[in-house]
Design a protein around this ligand. Structure first.
Ligand code: HMG
Ligand code: MG
Length: 282
């Protein structure tokens, strides 16, 4: 048997945020509640972002208030600024996630800020969370390819990951937002990041636009990563990354890890039911 690997379920947030039809909060709550019985330790529920930017996440407070929390599960939310943090704290989020970009083009499109401005905006959010005892996870997006700036230099990813670590993020999730990464580009990116941040504090976040997410997970496993983000049903995409399609599907990652002998602790019958439910919401 190989090492256990954790799948961090991001379906209710990253899976649904890009859907055009406004999904009723009750359906999102039902999805989270089903996922809470599947064996996940962390579930990303929603985002406290501007509803002008991402209307689908405009019901964040209602969704957080409606879910039934299971003991031992961390219910995570995205927070881009202090306003989002206040919403997350009021909603009793177990942890928050801040998100930065490795390219200037995506930073501007996703956050209306340069990388430096977005990191400065995050600083008080992380400080406030620390003071409140709320753990903070950090994302770096477009880690291999950017829809606006082209290939991302690995040293840019390493720099932003190290800054997020220095600011106090307990884990850095490496977002391959576009799904264009290849084994060689992912490996080169990881070489740079691992020179700054150890594998135990990293997670892989792969979108499967071109069908290479599992291959890229294999590369990351070989480099020591043991946490991967995934979304049930393979839904998703980023509204500010044109061409980015679904997240890698949780059920595919779990089956793949099982074949490699990595236990995930998930109840696959429930995961498959959650995948059917997620797909029915589009
Ligand atoms: P801005 O327009 O520069 O901000 O956006 P602003 O401060 O001028 O605010 C504009 C309006 O939004 C104001 O309302 C604010 O009050 C309101 P008005 O006064 O006009 O009525 N507002 C908010 N409302 C609720 N909650 C908030 C909030 N903040 C402002 N937190 C901002 C800047 C950062 C707000 C905006 O760009 C934003 O919300 N961006 C988020 C975009 C997003 O959610 N993208 C998807 C998630 S990232 C992703 O998917 C990648 C990832 O999966 C990893 C990967 O795959 O790479 C994580
Ligand atoms: Mg994503």
């Amino acid at each position: 048997m190989s090492d256990p690997v954790e799948i961090f379920e991001v379906g209710p947030r990253d899976g649904l945020q890009n859907e055009k039809r406004l999904i009723p909060a009750a359906d999102k709550i039902a999805l989270v509640d089903l996922l809470s019985t599947a064996g996940f330790r962390r579930i990303e529920v929603t985002s406290f972002v501007s509803p002008k930017w991402v209307p689908q996440m405009g019901d964040a407070a209602e969704v957080m208030a409606g879910i039934t929390r299971a003991p031992g599960i961390s219910y995570a939310v995205l927070t881009p600024n202090l306003k989002g943090y206040e919403g997350a704290r009021a909603a009793r989020a177990s942890e928050i996630a801040v998100f930065a970009s490795a390219s200037e083009g995506f930073s501007k499109a996703n956050l209306n800020a340069t990388i430096a401005e977005s990191l400065e905006r995050m600083r008080p959010v992380i400080e406030a969370a620390k003071a409140d005892g709320i753990p903070v996870r950090g994302y770096v997006s477009v880690v291999t390819d950017c829809p606006f700036d082209g290939p991302t230099p690995p040293c840019n990813v390493a720099r932003v990951a190290a800054l997020l670590r220095d600011m106090g993020c307990y884990e850095i999730s490496l977002g391959e937002t576009l799904g264009k990464g290849r084994a060689e580009t992912v490996d080169a990116m990881l070489t740079a990041v691992l020179s700054e941040v150890p594998a135990a504090r990293l997670a892989g976040h792969f979108h499967d636009t071109e069908g290479r997410a599992l291959e890229n997970i294999d590369v990351s496993l070989a480099r020591g990563l043991r946490v991967f983000d995934a979304a049930v049903g393979g839904l998703g995409g980023c509204p500010y990354a044109p061409g980015a399609k679904g997240n890698v599907a949780t059920e595919r990652v779990a089956d793949h890890l099982a074949e490699l002998g990595h236990p995930t602790g998930l109840d696959m019958e429930i995961v498959r039911r959650a995948a059917d439910l997620a797909r029915s919401l589009r």
